[in-house]
Write a protein that binds this ligand. Structure first.
Ligand code: BGC
Length: 429
């Protein structure tokens, strides 16, 4: 049976090449679905080509509800991200453990209140919401509501009267300390870009001017903002600063007092993003080189990712990176060793992929994720066109998807998680 399909495929491809001289390929994708009638399907409709969402999961940015229409756009549609809740829990835990281990020195003004400030990335982004919740719940400052832990920013909360958080307590060596979220805000610039490092650098300067040595800890929902705050204020004032993403500059800064960060295993995510495309275009089992070893020896173990069928999502697992282990994470752009073997170009011929990064200025995506993608695209014989957005307007990106027919597959990173239809509408035409 397999052989027969392979033969039909080969024949169909030869026919299609001969018929139109087109390099457009993907008979494999349609045949993989089980149809053997490839006679007229020399080109695959854009709506049937592999489509991978990554980094921003199609979902309602207010309620978090998944956009299942987008996630199941066609049979080769998946999301690749990481487990936001597991990572957020680790982030909160990392900060808490740091406080416990440094209790003798942490309270800078000795008032018995351990004060932290929090840089929120994008109040409508599920990762950002999860991280705010993870930090608040580990530090005891979380307020529960019907929809879960409140993730709204507090602005400035010098006296602990804000309603979005409460004062928490932490007990170390029999002594109870109060923990207070002194300030938090979304880091959005005037043009609308979120997770904005420049805004975070300005915010810490403003907060430090009014809160001074009440600030004992700086927490950020990503390293881009975290490093901006570290460079603007906390390094010089020796205030531990925590981020997320394990960007190379942040990991290196751990040697200089940056408190820690979380690796979301971008090396595994970037692999999955392109690997699912490769498998779909090859017409092989979607988990080839993922759950099962491929012909080059690539395979992932289940301690670094899992697949959730209901959300058609592959999630990488997170790891805390602190003073204890940071030396293993100094280069964030090395392919993950178990999946770094070159695929054979004859068995996996070149295909072309359209891929966008929602904001070319996003530190994590540009400094960590994209360099990884660029290494994996060579290993998988994929020719990827990288489109960098401005982080504000979906149209800045969709305008550059003018001719989807020229690509075999698509990988999409949206500006806003609600906007999947701006893309699927173009593919559905
Ligand atoms: C990353 C952030 C990044 C954001 C962009 C998150 O998963 O942790 O650093 O800015 O994605 O969408």
């Amino acid at each position: 049976m397999r052989k027969a399909i392979a033969w039909v495929l080969a024949a169909a491809m030869t026919l299609s090449l001969a018929a139109c001289g087109s390099s457009s390929s993907s008979t494999a994708a349609s045949t993989a679905g089980g149809t053997s009638d490839t006679a007229q399907t020399t080109t695959v409709a854009n709506k049937d080509k592999p489509l991978i969402w990554f980094n921003r999961q199609p979902s309602n940015s207010t309620t978090g509800e998944l956009d299942m229409a987008a996630l199941s756009f066609n049979e080769n549609t998946y999301y690749v991200g990481f487990d936001a809740n597991q990572g957020a829990e680790l982030q909160g835990q990392m900060v808490k453990e740091y406080i416990e281990a440094h209790i003798d020195t942490i309270d800078r003004n000795g008032d018995g209140v351990i004060g932290y400030v929090l840089a929120i990335g994008d109040i409508g982004h599920n990762d950002s919401i999860a991280r705010t919740r993870g930090v608040r719940s580990a530090l005891g400052t979380a307020v529960d509501e019907a929809n879960g832990i409140v993730s709204d920013p507090v602005g400035v909360n010098t006296d602990g009267s804000a309603t979005a958080v409460k004062d928490g307590t932490i007990e170390v060596n029999g002594v109870t300390y109060t923990v207070r979220e002194l300030a938090s805000q979304e880091m959005k610039n005037s043009a609308g870009a979120t997770w904005d490092a420049g805004t975070a650098g300005n915010a810490i300067t403003t907060w430090a001017a009014s809160l001074g040595d009440q600030i004992d800890i700086v927490v950020s929902n990503n390293d881009g903002m975290g490093m901006a705050m570290f460079n603007a204020w906390s390094r010089a004032n020796e205030v531990p600063t925590f981020g997320y993403d394990a960007n190379a500059d942040a990991v290196a800064a751990i040697a200089e007092g940056y408190g820690g960060t979380i690796s979301q295993h971008a090396d595994v995510q970037a692999y999955l993003t392109l690997r699912l495309i490769r498998n779909a275009l090859d017409g092989v089992d979607i988990n080839t080189g993922i759950a099962t070893e491929d012909d080059a020896g690539n395979v992932l173990s289940d301690d670094v990712y899992y697949y959730d069928e209901a959300s058609r999502s592959y999630y990488a697992l997170n790891v805390a990176v602190t003073a204890e282990n940071y030396e293993d994470y100094l280069d964030s752009t090395v392919p993950y060793a178990p999946v770094s073997n070159q695929l054979d170009a004859a068995a996996h011929p070149e295909k072309s992929v359209w891929l966008d990064i929602y904001n070319a200025a996003d530190n994590f995506l540009s400094a960590t994720y994209q360099p990884l993608l660029q290494k994996y695209d060579d290993l998988m014989n994929l020719k990827v066109d990288y489109i960098g957005g401005d982080g504000q307007n979906e149209s800045n990106i969709t305008n550059r998807l003018g001719n989807p027919s020229q690509y075999d597959a698509f990988a999409i990173n949206m500006v806003k998680t609600d906007n999947a239809t701006s893309y699927t509408a173009l593919l559905g035409q």
